[in-house]
Design a binder for this molecule. Structure first.
Ligand code: MSP
Length: 644
């Protein structure tokens, strides 16, 4: 039996997993299920990437340890594992980079590359993007900002270990130029032109500015760069350099790493170079899929445009959502998500074509033959075309699926389903039913429809596991293994077809859009044109009077309501050199979560005052009376910095 090892990127545990994350994993799941259907021995790996400064910062802001923070998001309600369960993801293994066996293996891997001379100690001077955990040179920045996420970068200087990426540049280029390692082909030029040709610089692979990472065991104070830690998950999860699993020999090298386009660089340049250094076989393929965007912008919590998979599954069911994601968008390219598209796709393909064909056929088998076809059947006009289309389906589908053209794989199935619906119009079974003599012909027409549905349901099941299985169940669980799906006529002649509830209901587009609009998170309102009346000015003060007010940058590390004081929130703010409690009358306008992690301006030399039993040591700056708006500071302002 041939082996097939497929992976998704391991996710940063962040509270707002959205439809974009779901897209990548559901697509990988469809491929894994397809390979299983073909009879392969599949290993499908996913997991979570839990180290790094970003996690350390978020945990601190939430007032918990990093491990508590990631545990909650990975294992907790509506966490990463929950989401994959909801989406019916069939991963065989789940790795957490905080798992002991992985941590110990990473230490050995790092040491091995160090002993070989491919990792050396140096000093890093350059720019750093916190959210991407990436170092950049001045020339790599785009308009002075991070080329990956477009966010601000900061000056960074620290002693660090480097990986000799430059040493492997020509081998990596040759690998990319094979044309089979990285797909779709458009991504190859991007990698060569943007990263290899300008010159690959050695990669900074350790950090000393934070501690939440795999410690470099031979040099305390350094932690392994999160991407080195993360990439090797693909091997440690199989048991490489650890005893937890014993599948490395069996499954490595991976058949394909499915990754989003923004992390193709890590997977197609840095990852093979490190494997070359470790003298390990290289993965056979990296496939860089496009992004799901919302009105042209990548989804992100800060833009307020994330789409919640829980909400969509609740309204339409998991299979409809899986189907939509993989049918609507071309996997290698970006796709623009919209509710209209989702609803129209459900109506046009699932309710009108698939659902309708299943219910019409089953209803006719029920009405004319009491749910079970007679063996006495008669071939006739139009049969040939339908039989040819259904018999050729598996091969056409396989061709598309083998190159991960998932959208086309589905479209092949729908061509046949449409053909079957047309066959109903052509053969007009209701007319045949009027005459007892035509019963054998009628039986054959319904058999052909049911047999077409057997093949289509089997091939649909990697995309819609529940629906595929349900159609097959209603057909009496006929043969549906890979071999049988390539053959016509395997449904027994006296097959039964159970009528059941409609598989997909038609949705009223306008009503549904209005309902969704009320439910989905709103985009932040466009700022209105601001017109302000001139206020009554206060008397002028001199500079010294202003300077006597000590304003400093502070970060909110915890926030909670003050019992029995509806208007008040109790904030714990961090000035870098000390923490304070401040009470503020903003409870009507902000929830604690809106504030934690944000930087603001604190009047730090205001005399303490007791408000509703809580001592407030300072005051935060805010504007307005109703609503009150807190004056937030740019994240780049250092804690404790004087504001003047
Ligand atoms: N932790 C790294 C991966 C390490 S793999 C060794 C990471 N994690 S992530 O959580 O930020 O992203 C995981 C995957 O989700 C990526 O492939 C990313 O491209 C994908 N997506 C996140 N948002 C997406 C969309 N809006 N659309 C499509 N995929 C998107 O990167």
């Amino acid at each position: 039996m041939s082996k097939f090892y497929i992976t998704t990127p391991i996710y940063y545990p962040s509270a707002g997993m959205h439809i974009g994350h779901t897209y990548c994993t559901v697509a990988t799941d469809a491929i894994a299920r397809y390979k299983r259907l073909q009879g392969c021995d599949v290993m499908f790996l996913t997991g979570t990437d839990e180290h790094g400064q970003k996690i350390e910062d978020k945990a601190k802001a939430a007032g918990v340890t990093p491990k508590e923070f990631v545990d909650r998001i990975v294992e907790g309600e509506r966490g990463v594992k929950d989401l994959w369960k909801l989406m019916n993801v069939s991963n065989d293994r789940f790795i957490r980079t905080t798992d002991d066996y992985h941590v110990a293996a990473i230490q050995k891997i790092f040491k091995k590359m160090y002993d070989k001379g491919d990792i050396y100690k140096g000093k890093y001077v350059g720019k750093y993007c916190k959210p991407c955990e990436s170092f950049w040179t001045e020339s790599q920045l785009v308009d002075g900002r991070c080329p990956d996420c477009g966010g601000p970068v900061y000056d960074a200087e620290e002693e660090a270990y480097f990986f000799r990426l430059s040493k492997y540049a020509s081998r990596v280029q040759a690998l990319l130029e094979t044309g089979t390692f990285l797909e779709p082909a458009s991504r190859v030029n991007e990698m060569i032109n943007n990263f290899i040709k300008p010159g690959l610089e050695d990669l900074c692979v350790s950090r000393t500015s934070f501690t939440w990472g795999v410690p470099v065991d031979f040099d305390p104070g350094h932690v392994v760069y999160v991407w080195v830690d993360a990439l090797f998950n693909y091997t440690t999860a199989l048991g490489f350099m650890n005893d937890r699993y014993n599948d490395y020999e069996k499954y490595w090298p991976a058949d394909v790493h499915i990754v989003g386009k923004e992390i193709v660089r890590f997977h197609s340049i840095i990852w093979p170079a490190m494997l070359m250094s470790m003298e390990l076989p290289l993965p056979k393929k990296v496939y860089g899929h496009g992004w799901l965007v919302f009105n042209g912008e990548k989804m992100s919590k800060s833009k307020g445009n994330v789409v919640d998979p829980y909400l969509l599954v609740d309204r339409y069911g998991v299979d409809a959502l899986r189907f939509f994601l993989l049918r609507e968008f071309s996997f290698g390219q970006d796709g623009n998500f919209s509710n209209e598209l989702l609803i129209s796709r459900i109506n046009s393909d699932l309710a009108n074509v698939l659902g309708n064909l299943v219910s019409r056929t089953a209803a006719m088998v029920g009405k004319y033959f009491d749910g079970k076809l007679p063996e006495n059947q008669e071939e006739g006009e139009f049969d040939g075309e339908l039989i040819d289309a259904a018999s050729a389906l598996r091969a056409a589908y396989e061709k598309e699926m083998d190159r991960f053209a998932l959208q086309n794989g589905l479209s092949e199935i729908f061509k046949v389903l449409n053909r079957a619906n047309k066959y109903i119009d052509e053969t007009a079974p209701w007319t045949l039913a009027k005459n007892e003599e035509n019963k054998p012909r009628l039986a054959r027409v319904l058999y052909n429809l049911a047999e077409t549905l057997r093949i289509c349901a089997g091939l649909l099941s990697p995309f819609m596991p529940g629906t595929g299985a349900e159609i097959l169940r209603r057909l009496g669980d006929p043969a549906s293994d890979w071999d049988s799906l390539g053959k016509w006529g395997l449904l027994p002649a006296d097959a039964s077809f159970e009528a059941g509830a409609p598989l997909f209901a038609r949705i009223d587009v306008e009503k549904e859009l209005a309902a969704l609009d009320a439910l989905l998170p709103k985009k932040p309102e466009e700022p209105k044109e601001e017109k302000t009346e001139r206020p009554e000015p206060l008397p002028k003060i001199d500079f010294d009077a202003f300077m006597s007010v000590e304003l400093r940058c502070a970060k909110v590390v915890a926030a909670e309501p003050v019992p029995k004081a509806k208007k008040l929130l109790k904030l714990t703010v961090d000035l870098g050199y000390e923490q304070r409690t401040v009470v503020s009358g903003i409870a009507k306008y902000y929830k604690p979560d809106d504030l934690v992690g944000k930087k603001l301006a604190l009047v730090s030399n205001l005399k303490p005052a007791v408000l509703c039993g809580v001592e407030s040591d300072g005051m935060i700056l805010a504007a307005g009376e109703d609503p009150i708006r807190v004056v937030f500071l740019d994240d780049a302002v250092p804690l404790g910095e004087r504001i003047r």
